[in-house]
Design a protein around this ligand. Structure first.
Ligand code: TRP
Length: 456
């Protein structure tokens, strides 16, 4: 049951800010442009938007329903609603996802922290070649990147120890609006660069020949889950802190729209800027895309060093509100199910995550055997982690959640929770249809098309 170690949001806005803080992070600003670049531009954007609104949004609402209904974490929610069955394993998968995703996420978050400093002191060089060479040298420095990863994990731990409301809500409320303002300024500057039109064409005019490319489909689906913090029970946990009087469905829609808008905005910055640079090829940027493109945009702005540095501060803060939610799932699990104290849970889990993060940190040039995987395996250890957790584990979790809510928990009870206290929702019928058919069928089809070549 709910123990005093848990907590409650101060208000519905508190929930929206916290859930948006979880959703908006490196997934939007680093992950989305990177994936668009690898997925061939606008066609990826199109598939991504389909996944967000028709596959993920219904599951997003389902997770919140399960959390608020049971007042439990990811494993506990399933155990409470389907006792003596194996459904709790969906939650267990989510707990593993939390640790797995955090292990590579913290590495990239560490890079953003370093770029606060690098951008401020201006050591990045000025030409495109210099900027990417700098990135290569920096990420290949083992002790530095491992240290940054550990630092980021420790700050995350400190925030989580501060408790739910005080820790998470306060940070997000002030910094998220600032991040949006900075992104808008950057987009305005990027769109007025020479070459911007070329970038926009790449970003907005789809090459339909790739629309059934399995790589595009799996990557877009995985990216949608990752960006929305969906499929591992993070939103079950957040929903369990949601007040019964709050309108769950409308809050969900706000968070989804905000998250998607910020990802799209990041694309409006990266691609126009990228295409204004000689010889730019979005498909080869990999995880370094934003770290090599953005410094060149800052260079075109008056006070660019300061501005760029401020940008990386806000990006690191956005990453922090996301790492908090990634850690919160395993932490809530240990508190609820093993009756650990918050402190014990945080200390143990940070230790496990840090250990797992070391190969991701060292796989970017520091240790050759971790750095040179085939493209199908994500290019390096970090890329492999991203594929395993984002493209497979999260959608599998999402699939099982949709099946659970539609067929085991049942739509009538789910809709009762969705519309509790006379909460308004645009169309419970449409939601029911999507969660029963479209969400699970789309995930299944995309998975089958991905594994089909193995059998034919
Ligand atoms: N959505 C976050 C981002 O885009 C990452 C994240 C935070 C996440 N919590 C999550 C992803 C839970 C999956 C599940 O940066």
């Amino acid at each position: 049951m709910a123990s005093p170690e848990r907590g409650m949001w101060g208000s519905r806005m508190g929930f929206i800010f916290a859930a948006a803080g979880s959703a908006v992070g490196l997934g939007n600003i680093w992950g989305f442009p990177t994936q668009v670049g690898q997925g061939g531009g606008a066609v990826f954007v199109l598939v991504y938007l389909f996944c967000v609104f028709f596959v993920c949004a219904p599951i997003f609402i389902s997770e919140l329903i399960l959390g608020r209904r049971t007042q439990r974490g990811a494993v506990g929610a399933f155990a409470a609603l389907a006792p003596k069955t194996k459904w709790w394993m969906v939650g267990a998968l989510g707990v593993m996802c939390g640790v797995g995703i955090l292990s590579f996420y913290a590495v990239i978050a560490g890079w953003t922290v370093a770029y606060i400093y690098f951008t401020a002191v201006g050591g990045l060089g000025s030409s495109a070649d210099e900027v990417s060479a700098f990135f290569g040298t920096f990420t290949a420095s083992g002790p530095l990147t491992v240290g940054l990863t550990l630092g980021f994990l420790l700050v995350t731990a400190a925030c989580i120890l501060g408790g739910v409301r005080a820790g998470i809500e306060r940070v997000t409320k002030t910094l998220m609006p600032l991040l949006i303002v900075l992104l808008l300024i950057l987009a305005a500057r990027a769109l007025t660069l020479p070459g911007a039109a070329e970038g926009l064409k790449y970003y907005l005019r789809p090459d339909f020949s790739r629309i059934f490319d399995v790589n595009v489909l799996t990557a877009a689906l995985g990216q949608a889950f990752f960006s929305l913090s969906l499929g591992m029970g993070a939103l079950i946990v957040y929903g369990s802190y949601l007040n019964p009087k709050d309108n769950l469905g409308v809050a969900a829609l706000w968070v989804i729209l905000l998250d998607t808008a910020i990802a799209l905005l990041a694309g409006f910055i990266i691609f126009p800027t990228g295409f204004s640079i000689e010889g730019f090829d979005p498909s080869t940027g990999g995880p370094g895309l934003i770290f090599t493109v953005l410094p060149q945009l800052f260079a075109t702005l008056p006070g660019g060093a300061l501005f760029g540095s401020a940008f990386f501060v806000l990006l690191a803060m956005a990453a922090l509100t996301s790492t908090i939610s990634l850690l919160e799932v395993p932490v809530a699990h240990c508190i609820d199910e093993y009756e650990w104290t918050r402190k014990k849970a945080v200390v143990v889990l940070i230790g496990v995550t840090f250990t797992l993060s070391i190969p991701s940190a060292l796989g970017n040039g520091a240790v050759a055997s971790l750095s040179n995987f085939s493209a199908a395996l994500g290019g390096n250890f970090l890329g492999l982690m991203a594929i395993v957790w984002n493209n497979y584990a999260l959608p599998i979790g999402g699939f099982l959640i949709s099946i659970f809510v539609a067929y085991r928990f049942g739509l009538p009870k789910a809709i009762e929770e969705l519309t509790a206290e006379n909460a308004w929702f645009p169309s419970t019928g449409l939601w029911g249809f999507l969660i029963r058919t479209v969400s699970p069928a789309a995930i299944l089809l995309i998975f089958l098309s991905a594994i089909w070549p193995l059998f034919s």
